[in-house]
Design a protein around this ligand. Sequence first.
Ligand SMILES: C[S@@+](CC[C@H](N)C(=O)[O-])C[C@H]1O[C@@H](n2cnc3c(N)ncnc32)[C@H](O)[C@@H]1O
Length: 337
Amino acid sequence: MNATMSLEKTIHYPVMLNQVLSIISPQHGGTFIDCTFGGGGYSQAILKFPGTKVLAIDRDKLTQSSANLLVKRFPKRFDFFQEKFSNLDKIVQQNLNPRAIIFDLGLSSFQLLDSERGFSFESKNFLNMEMGINEHSAYNVINTLDKEYLGNIIKILGEERDGKIIANKIDKYRRKKPIKTSQELASIINDAKKNYNNYKRNPATKTFQAIRIFVNQELTELILGLIKAAKLLSNGGVLIVISFHSLEDRIVKSFFNLYSNLRKNPSRYLPMKENKTSLFKLISKNPLVADVKEIKKNIRSRSAKLRYAIRNNNSFFYPDEFKNKFLNYFKLESGKI
Ligand SMILES: C[S@@+](CC[C@H](N)C(=O)[O-])C[C@H]1O[C@@H](n2cnc3c(N)ncnc32)[C@H](O)[C@@H]1O
């Protein structure tokens, strides 16, 4: 399938759009940062309100053509950068004062359906799994990474308890010939897990998630993206994150819990800590989720969790505690091939 064609033809539903709009109130105008432009669903919806400006980012160069359409329609109100959101501070000036910064994580429907990327189990194309601006492809990871390391990636980033068994099977196979396609990889994983046939999902789901996260350094991106977004927002600015799996959600939840007004004292027997640790006002500790109507229309929204918080002052301190808490992900994702 031609990737540009697929971009134009695929039906795209921006997840939880109504909730996002009601949180950011674009009818009052202002500047918004869309860190994950994708098919441009959020950016477009915001730009419908006359007093708004949108600065959008996406690491995928195929999103450029949709972005160009918006640049043409809104030359003074829309700007696009093909960049990773971990580099937010390199694109955006500290004094921009955005009203909201939005992250809608993971893959777009275009990427999922583009068989040339190899994100799906059936793809007979090159094992790629790159979102854009990558250091390595899934092909390199699967065929050259040390077996123990590969097992750890599958176990930790895929939350797959059979990581070691799967890595052994992959290693046995690749010693004979390189694993070239996603279909080949999925079938090796199915074989490794054939004795555990009690699945609701494809047995390769967790391993594919792990490889995709590693190839795109998704957790490192998220951690740095959140920190940089918090630094850019001033008092009253909103940070919104929509995540799709538990690893991402744990990171977002932890960030907001650690640096919000609702942070609990670590122990009731310890003296109350001075609250220098607040960057945000948290409205609710629980995430918002898609309603039944939306899930019916777009099954992907079933696993979406929306968390948001509002900056409650203008000062910023580096959130070391948060970064240190997830240092193991940084180390794992920076593994050299
Ligand atoms: C779920 S889609 C966003 C869909 C979008 N909200 C819409 O309404 O069309 C996620 C997009 O984020 C991009 N993306 C993921 N991680 C990124 C990162 N670290 N930096 C920049 N873009 C990223 C992907 O390339 C993908 O296009």
